[in-house]
Design a binder for this molecule. Structure first.
Ligand code: SF4
Length: 259
């Protein structure tokens, strides 16, 4: 029973309704992608650092933070199925993910942390109650905020562009979420730990206005109507995420039949 939507759920539904159905209704869980594991490990360490800072305590030392990130990656490899690239051995993937998590955690610690103030919210979950019967409750989790500035942490192999930041619906939802708490978000800062040959930390600032919220809610409304009516449109086969790159392809009635 689906009783709410989140930004990731909306994004998945709009990208491919069939993948959404397989994931959220059929509960098919594909092997975890390696970048996702690295991202979760780094997020967990950053959350701990921010919780300590919010409580007025000193965060763990940089070495301990990196070790924690590597241990978290190790835990995923023990507990979950991992997506491996062609010919890649699991041990090799584990080592590579550990190194990435260590690199990106150190990058956050040394390059981002000195630029931050004291967080006022950390991993804060907000439930936006429906404004009318055509809308679901919408939930989102804010990585952290400093007063009226929201921060969203990303780990990526590519830099984020200002255009991407300006059009990203998740950031609009953060704006709306803060609004429900009586706070008008002055800015949303996207902190990207970019894992290129020479890793770099980038912070892009984007702003939202009340008008942006209207368009976002219309998307949630359309998606919710579709879900309630059982409309699960498959992705276009031309999309890079469809076919062999999709974790649901083995169960997909559209792509398998068309092969
Ligand atoms: S293979 Fe394509 S159509 Fe099928 S679930 Fe994945 S993205 Fe959707």
């Amino acid at each position: 029973m689906i009783d709410h939507l989140s930004p990731s759920s909306l994004d998945q539904y709009l990208r491919c309704g069939e993948a959404w159905r397989l994931d959220r209704i059929e509960k098919i869980k594909p092997a975890k992608a390696q970048p996702l594991i690295v991202g979760i490990a780094v997020h967990e360490v950053v959350e701990g650092i921010n919780r300590a800072r919010k409580a007025g305590k000193a965060p763990i030392l940089a070495e301990a933070a990196s070790r924690l990130a590597k241990d978290t990656v190790q835990g995923f490899f023990v507990e979950s199925d991992i997506e491996l690239s062609e010919g890649q051995m699991k041990d090799e993937a584990l080592e590579s993910c550990k190194q990435k998590a260590e690199r990106l955690t150190a990058l956050f610690y040394h390059d981002v942390l000195p630029r931050l103030g004291t967080p006022t919210l950390v991993e804060h979950e907000i439930k936006i109650e429906p404004l009318d019967s055509d809308l679901p409750p919408i939930t989102c989790r804010i990585d952290w905020a400093e007063g009226d500035v929201v921060f969203d942490l990303k780990t990526s192999s590519k830099s984020w562009t200002t255009d991407q930041a300006a059009g990203d619906e998740q950031m609009t939802l953060y704006y709306l979420a803060l609004m429900t708490m009586g706070i008008k978000a002055r800015a949303i800062k996207i902190v990207t730990l970019v894992d290129t040959k020479k890793p770099k930390a980038e912070i892009i600032e984007t702003v939202r206005k009340d008008e942006d919220v209207f368009a976002l809610l219309e998307k949630y409304r359309a998606a919710w109507r579709g879900i309630k009516a059982g409309v699960f449109m498959p992705a276009s086969y031309r999309g890079w995420w469809c076919g062999k790159n999709c974790g649901y392809v083995a169960n997909c009635r559209y792509v398998n039949r068309s092969k």
